[in-house]
Design a protein around this ligand. Sequence first.
Ligand code: SF4
Length: 164
Amino acid sequence: MHKILISACLAGFNVRYDGAAKTLLHDTLAVWRTEGRLIICCPELAAGFSTPRPPAEISAGPSGGIHVQQGATVMESTGTDVTDLYILGAHLALRTAQLHHCRYALLADGSPSCGSETVYSGKFNGKTIAGSGVTAQLLREQGIRVFSHRQLDQLIASLRQDET
Ligand code: SF4
């Protein structure tokens, strides 16, 4: 039985920067929860952030790359550089996934940690661009299949295929 790392905010916990959750309701998710498949994780809280906290966005590096490996930084709206804590959170999330043998992750899109299809532009102007958050990027590099909250149907199909 495959286990799935899931963003804590999608699982209903009020851990987002604004103190809210981003609860994802779906019959299959409810079944997975009762089966004990869901491994709930918030990389930012794991790294020591509290809720609420200032919003943060990934700011492109000198080469224009939007990954921290390419020199990008994670900046809070207050101007504080929190890159190191985001990297720490990513590694703690990876460790959690590995401990539980998760081959899949279902993450909240748009987040500078969990975003897997889009992230905010880095200019705090409300615009999103294609890209991945620090945690989603690291999980992918380590072979975990990452799905955004909009891709739940694809995750369900992949799991079914894997388990038949
Ligand atoms: S780091 Fe991930 S789990 Fe935590 S609040 Fe942000 S999107 Fe949700």
